[in-house]
Design a protein around this ligand. Structure first.
Ligand code: MN
Length: 213
């Protein structure tokens, strides 16, 4: 049984970039639905257990519809909890090591922002745009629908932004690019990104989802 984790801040704290109304719908309705559906599907299937990461890895490439349902809802549960933690009203700035890597791999923070926005804006349909690291090398990727970084070997996400329409439509209507630009300027949790980057180089453990009970 997985719980819907509380937001790590108040729903109005990310204004004006994300309205309290969007946060309420997104967390209290959308995220909750994924958690509830996952719990019901796990009860029915009984063949998946362990951490949320274990369940995502075990269900991702399974071919029966019950496993696909578990994968979709498990990954969406993970993605949303990570997304809430990857944002903060006290965004700050990347630390020295990450700043140097951003310079090396993108040419600077503005160039990273441009690539992140382009990737998220260009992603056709629903999905997620991520800043990732593998063995200390940074890369921007997008994943489709529920898919994420969990079942992709040692790829570590530094942060993610939700590009499903429910993430921005109330505030930005169809302007996904405008949402991503405002998001990148104000909300990335750079302290978490620093820790995730260190973990990708073997220093500490990456973020993991709260355990089931
Ligand atoms: Mn979402």
């Amino acid at each position: 049984m997985f719980d819907l984790p509380d937001l790590p801040y108040d729903p109005e704290d990310l204004q004006p970039v994300i309205s309290a109304e969007t946060m309420h719908f997104h967390h209290d309705k959308h995220h909750k639905k994924y958690v509830d559906t996952l719990n019901a599907a796990l009860k029915e299937a009984r063949s998946f257990s362990g951490s949320l990461e274990d369940i995502i890895r075990a269900s991702r490439d399974a071919e029966d519809p019950a496993a696909t349902k578990i994968f979709n809802n498990a990954a969406q549960t993970w993605n949303h909890t990570f997304f809430w933690n990857a944002m903060t009203p006290n965004s700050g700035a990347p630390g020295a090591d990450l700043t140097a890597a951003i310079q090396r791999d993108f040419g600077g923070l503005e160039a990273l922002k441009a690539e992140f926005v382009k990737e998220g804006e260009g992603h056709f349909g629903s999905g997620w745009v991520w800043l990732t690291a593998k063995d200390g090398t940074l890369k921007v990727i997008s994943t489709h629908d529920a898919d994420d970084t969990v079942a992709r070997g040692d790829l570590i996400p530094l942060f993610v932004c939700d590009v499903w329409e429910h993430a921005y439509y109330l505030d930005y209507q169809n302007d996904r690019g405008g949402f991503l630009k405002a998001w990148f300027d104000a909300l990335p949790n750079w302290a978490l990104a620093d820790a995730q980057f260190a973990a990708s180089r073997g220093d500490g453990k990456p973020w993991s989802h709260p355990q089931p009970h």
